[in-house]
Design a protein around this ligand. Structure first.
Ligand code: AMP
Length: 251
């Protein structure tokens, strides 16, 4: 497995790769089975699988959240090697934002709703980094999780709007045995909150309406940002202490 921290070295290697199709899984590290399911799908559908690990500082709401975001690059590389990944791209922020962030992707409609209403600017930061990574990696297929459903839709729409030569592939949410969506942020929950967290998924599934789900979650001690039904899906974000959890189910 090749690893690259320098964008210049990455570009030299990438230019010499003529294998096709190439699959790409962008991540922020602290990898779990959710990420590895994307890697598996990519390996099944491509001759080469590339993973990026980049904790994008621009998409965090505040520096405390960024500083608290877990990272363990050594363990991540070990997992990716075992998963059969061909190349890992680990650029740093200075290289990714060599333009001092003068250039951004802006979306002015769906990105303002749901999570975007509670995290101003978040999705523009996500779209900007995904655009930069897709331009660097130039994959045929790029894999994203349905766990981050609004993000997935926005990335799909961006790829379509800019006529980007990439196929965006959606992968189902991987869950723990109790139904809780796997997330790097789960590590930040104490035992009591972790036990409670699973009822986010159960409540979204079992409630007859978004309104009912909102009420049930509030009773259970969640600080609910939103629960909304959109186009056959129920999407929600809710906080337990300092940890913000998101999930969505088909309805
Ligand atoms: P992250 O490292 O959190 O930025 O996630 C990287 C990619 O993995 C994104 O496309 C996520 O949607 C996806 N992902 C994260 N958690 C899960 C999960 N539990 N199931 C499926 N995909 C996931």
């Amino acid at each position: 497995m090749k690893t690259f921290t320098s964008i210049r070295e990455w570009q030299t290697w990438r230019a010499a790769v003529h294998a096709t199709p190439v699959g790409f899984v962008p991540t922020m590290g602290t990898l779990h089975q959710g990420h590895l399911s994307l890697v598996k799908a990519s390996r099944e559908q491509n001759v080469l699988t590339i993973v990026s690990v980049f904790i994008n500082p621009k998409q965090f709401d505040d520096s405390a959240d960024f500083n608290a975001y877990p990272n363990d690059f050594r363990k991540d590389l070990e997992r990716l090697r075992k998963a059969g990944v061909d190349a890992v791209f680990l650029p740093d922020a200075a290289q990714i934002y060599a333009d001092d962030y003068r250039f951004k992707v802006t979306e002015s409609d769906f990105s303002q709703r749901l999570c975007g209403a509670h995290r101003p600017g978040h999705f523009d930061s996500v779209l900007t980094v995904v655009m930069r990574l897709l331009n660097l990696v130039r994959p045929d297929n790029a894999y994203f999780g349905e766990k981050d459903y609004q993000q997935l839709q926005l990335i799909r729409d961006m790829a379509s709007a800019f006529f980007m030569p990439v196929n965006i592939v959606a992968c189902a949410t991987v869950r723990e045995a109790d139904g809780q969506a796997m997330s790097s942020r789960n590590q930040r929950l104490d035992a009591g909150s972790r036990a409670k967290a699973a009822s986010l998924y159960a409540t979204l599934k079992q409630s007859r309406s978004a309104n009912e789900a909102r009420k049930v979650l509030a009773t259970q001690g969640f600080d609910v940002d939103y629960v909304e039904d959109i186009a056959g899906r129920r999407l929600a974000a809710a906080r337990l202490g300092n940890t913000r959890l998101i999930d969505n189910v088909e309805i």
